[in-house]
Design a protein around this ligand. Structure first.
Ligand SMILES: [Zn+2]
Ligand SMILES: [Zn+2]
Length: 347
């Protein structure tokens, strides 16, 4: 009889202690998991937008100081969400493992303490041992390889971020990154044109030589539109930064028209395109703008207006323009020269 009552008391002790341990375990815990930072000080982020899921990086200091907790923008699609929504899949996995490991350590600690408090651990034939094995907190994984190395700095808020390929918006303020991105666009067009023969070869192997020729021609012609489109957006954004621009109403498509745009810049800054380019360069630029215009409006067929404006001696009315790789490359150089001159006017 005596033995039974003693056992009961001891069993009561351990169960009471375990009960206490469970109360402790159920209390909310905070686990702090550090982010991996790459060697340049950037952390990885991923767009939560289901159509996008784009990866980018942001300078760690800027993430904490410049980005608002309530609203972060995707540099690719401008999706907005609060600051907790931007973990990469890899970071979420790591976060899950770290929290899980921390929870195991916590349970282990409390159960271990309960068992120690209810000494002796040997009660009759029953032996109590702690069965929980501590999970180790996983080490911080290295940030993604520094492949995302196109770095940008926002014109508006100075936030520094990086992406693989072009970004279009600042993650901190959502501002359109057209100015920061413009040199990359030019470089991408150059690289694409230089890589075209090799790409055409691959195309020919898969789809035949005829289609490869058509596709190559189309890709070159397309670059004229791309260049004018990018330059138009760049010019407009830059122009609007001029204090004098506040009182000037911008006509639609004005930056697609060389003479009109030049006059506009002259009015606002005292300098037009003729002050930034040689007469020969300006004439070549006009020719390429005009070729792009014909490509869009007459499917590349030369008319009287083209000959008058471009003063291109190589074509007659009714002919179709042929856009060569060297034309596109020259056009990129001219646009770059002019864009650099315009930037200097705004600084
Ligand atoms: Zn996005
Ligand atoms: Zn910004």
């Amino acid at each position: 009889m005596r033995r039974t009552s003693r056992m009961k008391r001891r069993r009561g002790d351990i169960f009471r202690e375990l009960h206490r341990a469970m109360d402790q375990i159920e209390k909310p815990q905070t686990t702090s998991v550090p982010f991996a930072v790459d060697e340049a000080g950037f952390i990885d982020r991923q767009c939560p937008g289901t159509q996008c899921r784009g990866h980018f990086k942001i300078l760690e200091a800027d993430w904490y100081e410049k980005v608002s907790d309530d609203q972060v923008y995707c540099p690719f699609c401008h999706h907005g969400a609060d600051a907790d929504a931007w973990h990469t899949e890899e970071q979420l996995r790591h976060l899950g493992e770290a929290v899980n490991a921390d929870m195991h350590r916590h349970v282990d600690r409390e159960i271990g303490a309960a068992v120690r408090r209810s000494r002796p651990t040997r009660i009759g034939p029953i032996k109590l041992t702690t069965r929980y094995r501590s999970g180790a907190i996983p080490p911080v994984r290295p940030a993604e390889a520094t492949a995302l190395r196109q770095e940008f700095s926002c014109d508006e808020c100075d936030c520094r971020y990086a992406s693989l390929g072009s970004s279009f918006f600042c993650p901190a303020c959502g501002h359109d990154a057209v100015l920061a991105n413009f040199p990359n666009t030019l470089e991408t067009i150059r690289k694409g044109v230089r890589a075209l023969p090799a790409l055409q070869q691959t195309f020919a192997e898969r789809h035949g030589a005829d289609d490869a020729v058509d596709w190559g021609r189309y890709m070159l012609e397309l670059q004229l539109e791309r260049l004018v489109g990018a330059f138009e957006k760049f010019s407009k954004t830059l122009f609007e930064r001029l204090p004098a621009a506040a009182g000037i109403r911008l006509e639609r498509g004005v930056f697609q028209r060389i003479d009109d745009a030049s006059k506009l810049w002259k009015r606002a800054t005292g300098k037009g395109y003729e002050d930034l380019l040689t007469p020969a360069d300006l004439q070549r630029l006009k020719l390429y703008f005009e070729r792009r215009h014909k490509r869009v409006h007459t499917d590349g067929v030369v008319d009287r207006k083209y000959i008058n404006v471009s003063r291109d001696p190589t074509y007659q009315e009714g002919q179709r323009l042929v856009i060569r790789a060297e034309d596109v490359l020259e056009f990129v150089d001219l646009i770059e020269k002019l864009a650099n001159g315009l930037r200097a006017l705004v600084r």
